[in-house]
Design a protein around this ligand. Structure first.
Ligand code: HAM
Length: 412
């Protein structure tokens, strides 16, 4: 029979990789927590409708959709903002606002797989629900910046606001606006120009391209004229300036999802190729579409797998391993020794086959730094023979001395 392979676009993770992923996840969690964000969890699958209401065509086409035995139309979550806001409407409406929630979870999108683009991938995200101010938006951006900086990758932060584009597009129908946003999100200038020329809007193509290339507020307002959001936008950027983080003002950000309403931001890793966007986020309103009150919200999601690709392969810090070789009449003491070593925080692996001590030692030597040898003599004396597998030296010690010996070498 031929070997069964994992589904296309999915990955297996060996322990070395998993340990590194958990370390980075831990960094992200710690920072989110210090900003007051608390972890939540939503189901892996949801009613299909949750995502068709406002997520946008792109996402809908990429969704894993299925029917369960009860005939319900369900979808594997392609992202978590809609699920989190559904949960907020179901469970969180009476909680004190603003709510600060974070998640680390897998998402599913039926995309063409390549490096950094998978069909199952993980997002680390935050959603801040029920605040509506420039400071609230700045907090989300600054928190994202701190998390990615602590993840040790080099990146560029782009911050924009949909009001710029919206003011130029207001004379188009909602459907045409959507199409324009899609071309902008894909950075497809040619497609955009062709589409607008079929509408007889060649001038608009010119202004949009100028806006997308603009990198300062004065220039952007010169193209759009005074817009109602002007003060709010200026306040946001002045907070970012005073926080001293580097960013690029980018009025061309359109975002691929349909629910954004105002500030939008994206972060790009400097050392990645085509799939270099490691974060997307912004302000949005979704609660009222799910049966709640209209609630201003703001959040982001980090493409965790892309952060890991950007960090590259790193050798994890080594942690010592002790292997326990034992004879049948030393077994009960071997179990005691192993327990004491583990209680002291040392990774301890018991030889599991009943082979000779020599054979056990050669197996242990493949992974361990120390061998703890326990036979009848050691059991009777309450002592352990500790063999340093790097130097070959061995000593017979009491359990606590043996622990000190191994731990001592760890800190050297
Ligand atoms: P998004 O831009 O669709 O936004 O996804 C966020 C990040 O997930 C992307 O920037 C990218 O790094 C990563 N990502 C997306 N698709 C894939 C894939 N196929 N393979 C690997 N990584 C991928 C959202 O999902 C919004 N819910 C973000 C948000 C939260 N907005 C407000 N709150």
């Amino acid at each position: 029979m031929s070997m069964i392979q994992k589904p296309r676009g999915t990955r297996d993770f060996l322990p070395e990789e998993m340990e590194q992923r958990r370390d980075v996840e831990g960094i992200m969690r710690t920072i989110a927590r210090t900003w007051g964000y608390r972890e939540i969890c939503t189901p892996e699958f949801e009613e299909l409708e949750l995502f068709t209401i406002r997520s946008g065509e792109g996402i809908i086409q990429e969704m894993y959709v299925f029917e369960d035995k009860g005939g319900r139309k369900l979808a594997l979550r392609p992202e978590l903002t809609a699920p989190v806001l559904r949960m907020y409407v179901n469970e969180g409406r009476t909680l004190a606002k603003p709510l600060r929630w974070y998640y680390f979870a897998d998402c599913f999108r039926y995309e063409r797989p390549q490096k950094g683009r998978y069909r199952q991938f993980w997002q680390f995200g935050v959603e801040q629900i029920g605040a509506d101010s420039a400071l609230a938006e700045a907090e989300v951006i600054l928190c994202a910046h701190e998390i990615l900086a602590a993840s040790a990758i080099s990146f560029t932060l782009h911050v924009g606001h949909l009001a710029f584009m919206r003011s130029l597009l207001s004379r188009l129908s909602p459907d045409d606006q959507k199409k324009v946003r899609m071309y902008l999100d894909k950075k497809d200038t040619r497609g955009l120009e062709e589409f607008l020329s079929t509408l007889g809007e060649t001038d608009l193509a010119f202004s949009l391209t100028a806006l997308a290339g603009c990198r300062d507020l004065a220039g952007a307002f010169a193209i759009t004229g005074d817009i109602p959001e002007k003060d709010r936008i200026e306040e946001l950027f002045s907070i970012l300036d005073s926080a001293g983080i580097g960013y690029v003002l980018d009025p061309g950000i359109a975002r691929g999802l349909d629910y954004y309403t105002g500030m939008v931001f994206e972060i790009f890793a400097e050392n990645l190729g085509a799939e270099n966007q490691v974060l997307g986020g912004g302000t949005y309103r979704l609660a009222h579409l799910f049966g709640g009150e209209e609630t201003p919200s703001c959040g982001f999601a980090i493409g965790f797998d892309r952060v890991m690709v950007s960090r590259g392969e790193r050798t994890p810090p080594e942690s010592l391993i002790a292997g326990v070789a034992h004879t049948p009449d030393g077994r009960s003491f071997a179990l005691t020794v192993a327990r004491e070593f583990r209680n002291a925080g040392i990774r301890t692996e018991l030889a599991l086959s009943g082979k000779s001590i020599g054979q056990q030692l050669s197996t242990i030597a493949r992974t361990a730094d120390y061998a703890l040898i326990i036979g009848k003599r050691e059991q009777d004396a309450g002592r352990v023979t500790v063999k340093n597998l790097r130097t070959g030296t061995q000593k017979e010690l009491l359990i606590n001395e043996a622990i000190a010996e191994v731990k001592g070498s760890e800190s050297r």
